[in-house]
Design a protein around this ligand. Structure first.
Ligand code: DGY
Length: 324
């Protein structure tokens, strides 16, 4: 008789997916839904065949620096994997998979939500009404920036960046410009006539809205900093649904405080969920709690994708979404 495959799910998942997992494996669920500590993650590596982490589980190199690792696969629930040290996982003989595609549209929807909210001062207006401070319609009250026809600059023109381009261009007639490691030539760039900015400076200078869709990690850490922010128009908005550490928070706070840019819409932060408290004092920033993929359908599809990857792996096949 072969031993059952032991799997650890580090956070609560949609009920349908948890139920399906339990049919196929010996599963430990995290009923408290509290993020695991480093020690718990190390112990899990020694006691489970598979661990299914999320963006909240930091797995740096030191975590893998232990003896008797049993874990063979990290089935990440999420497309981004900058919270996992891939080289260390590989050296420990662990496969890593992720969940691309299924969250593309919902994440781009949140970027568009933030763009609209930041441009039209949506969160600020909501706060004003709730505080009972609205004194009535007035021709100069809370005037804001137009979205339709404004230029959208996209940094990182992968799946989510391109979905954002589609929504903005076809929904709001926005001219699209983008910055990416290489020029992209496909049907979308042809139909939208998306313009490739070889340099970040060109994109920052030309955009009315800058939306970040690049991966997190060492290569993009603080790509948006005091210098690159200074290239933006004073009327422009920055939207971040990628990863918090792509933006130097302190530099952004300074730019917003001095009205050097018009606004920002953020879904992700450095050191989540302990974001820099100074953001809370600014009227011109819209803050969401990392909701990019948070629709019922998307989160369920993400879980089912992890299941597919695990099924392939334990059947001896190459998982479709293998990262390493
Ligand atoms: C991802 O998939 O990387 C998201 O940020 C988590 O929802």
């Amino acid at each position: 008789m072969t031993a059952p495959i032991k799997i650890l799910i580090t956070r609560r998942w949609p009920a349908q997916v948890e139920a399906q997992l339990q049919q196929n494996y010996q599963v430990t669920l995290n009923k408290t839904d509290q993020p695991l500590t480093k020690e718990q993650l190390k112990s899990a590596l020694q006691h489970y065949d598979a661990i299914c982490p999320t963006v909240c589980d930091s797995l740096p190199a030191e975590i893998f620096n232990i003896s008797e690792i049993r874990c063979k696969i990290l089935g990440n629930f999420g497309v981004g994997y900058n919270h996992i040290d891939l080289q260390a996982a590989k050296a420990a003989g662990i496969t890593v998979t992720n969940t691309p595609d299924v969250l593309t549209e919902s994440t781009a929807d949140i970027a568009m939500t933030l763009l609209l909210m930041s441009a039209r001062r949506g969160a600020e207006g909501d706060r004003l009404v709730r505080a009972g401070e609205w004194t009535g319609w007035c021709p100069t009250h809370m005037m804001s920036s137009d979205v339709t026809g404004a230029t959208l600059g996209i940094i990182g023109f992968g799946r989510i960046g391109q979905a954002m381009a589609r929504k903005a261009h076809f929904g709001f007639q926005m001219p699209i410009i983008y910055h990416h490691p290489r020029q992209i030539n496909n049907q979308l760039t042809e139909i939208t006539q998306a313009y490739y900015c070889e340099t970040l400076a060109e994109l920052m200078q030309k955009s009315d809205f800058v939306s970040l869709h690049c991966p997190g990690g060492i290569k993009t850490r603080h790509l948006i900093n005091a210098e690159t922010l200074s290239w933006m128009k004073s009327t422009a908005h920055l939207i971040n649904t990628a990863r918090g550490d792509v933006v130097d928070s302190q530099a952004l706070i300074q730019h917003l405080r001095l009205n050097k840019i018009a606004g920002a819409g953020l879904d992700v932060y450095e050191n989540e969920p302990n974001l820099n408290r100074q953001f809370l004092t600014l009227h011109n920033v819209t803050l969401l709690p990392h909701l990019g993929s948070a629709t019922i359908a998307t989160r369920t599809a993400m879980g089912l994708k992890v299941l597919d990857n695990l099924a392939d792996f334990f059947a001896g096949k190459m998982p479709k979404n293998r990262v390493i």
